[in-house]
Design a protein around this ligand. Structure first.
Ligand SMILES: [Zn+2]
Length: 331
């Protein structure tokens, strides 16, 4: 009987299923792990593949056998990663062809060959067609693992050949329980679980360094104060973030700002609706109260929609400063 060591938060049904596949040594031909970023798709896929190869008689993956070490170092001869070339938007046909010959030439020493397609959305049309051919080939023990955030970019012809494993947000009670096992004090565990919104990936940096969570919320608190201040203060805030440039750094600053703002306005809305127990950041309640008092429910909903719209503008290459200035005038 195999035993396992999979440090994953949530997704128990998926884990039980995949571990039973490992125990029976009978993986299907092709899997698709899909769901929003931060849920743990890549983590689970890696543990699955490591456990398939791991030769240890104790908990899999052991981390010390040759397979585990090669996999951790990214140099396992029977695991191929189909990725985009750097600076390319899509996975090219050439990359698929290269992967195909790698599969055909790889050793026969091990039971499995694995082809990872971690950004399945990035497959070009040509690459999808080329990949479809490999998928249809009777290729012995080749295991295909597709990972995607969204299904709509995957051709149906490919999708129909994959066993789909869907990742959903994890119950925050489950996350809190996990945090308690990591020797995190209950009040902080509760706060972190709420702040995760069911996405364990948001928490890893805070589990390693709880102080980072305090810094993060202090930053949000400061943002709240600035966004609630006089108009010229708000405009100065944007100037500091976006500067004059259209650079990637300015854009990233703006993306982070919008994502933080979204949480703040969402929490203000919850507070205004009398749902303070649902806040993502309960410790910010005193700061949030000001915003909740200043705006009507309808106005907060409008701001929320404006933030989403501003995000889209940013991705459509509207000047970041211009887009954000318009937004902060609404506060
Ligand atoms: Zn091992």
């Amino acid at each position: 009987m195999d035993s396992f060591n999979w440090p994953v938060i949530g997704h128990q049904k998926i884990i039980n299923y995949l571990q039973s596949v490992v125990a029976r040594k009978s993986p299907n031909h092709a899997y698709l792990f899909y769901g929003a970023p931060g849920l743990g798709k890549n983590l689970v896929a890696d543990l699955f593949v490591k456990s398939l190869f791991c030769t240890s008689a104790t908990a899999k993956p052991c981390g010390t056998c040759t397979h585990c070490r090669q996999l951790a170092a990214g140099i396992h001869p029977d695991v191929i990663n189909l990725t985009r070339e750097e600076d390319q938007k899509n996975i090219s046909v050439e990359s698929v062809r290269a992967a195909r010959s790698q599969i055909q030439n790889s050793s026969l020493l091990n039971a499995y060959k694995v082809l990872f397609i971690r950004e399945a959305e990035a497959l070009s049309l040509g690459a999808s067609n080329a990949l479809l051919k490999i998928l249809e080939e009777p290729s012995g023990q080749t295991l295909f693992i597709f990972i995607a955030e969204d299904l709509k970019f995957l051709p149906r012809t490919i999708l129909s050949r994959l066993q789909v494993i869907k990742f959903l947000p994890v119950n925050t009670d489950e996350i809190e329980k996990y945090l308690l096992t990591q020797k995190i004090e209950r009040p902080l565990a509760r706060e972190l679980a709420a702040a995760s919104l069911g996405f364990p990936g948001r928490l890893w940096p805070f589990i390693a360094h709880p102080k980072h969570f305090h810094d993060h919320t202090a930053k949000l608190s400061l943002l709240l104060q600035k966004i609630s201040s006089q108009t010229n203060e708000r405009l100065r805030l944007i100037e500091g973030l976006a500067g004059q440039s259209n650079s990637e750094t300015a854009k990233n600053n703006c993306r982070e700002f919008l994502s933080n703002l979204l949480f703040i306005v969402r929490d203000s809305l919850l507070l205004k609706s009398g749902l303070s127990s649902e806040l993502t950041y309960p410790r910010l309640e005193p700061d949030l109260a000001f915003l909740a008092r200043r705006h009507s429910l309808a106005s907060l909903v409008n701001i929320l929609m404006e933030i989403r719209q501003t995000r889209r503008y940013l991705e459509q290459n509207v000047n970041p400063r211009l887009a954000l200035e318009n937004l902060v005038l609404s506060f």
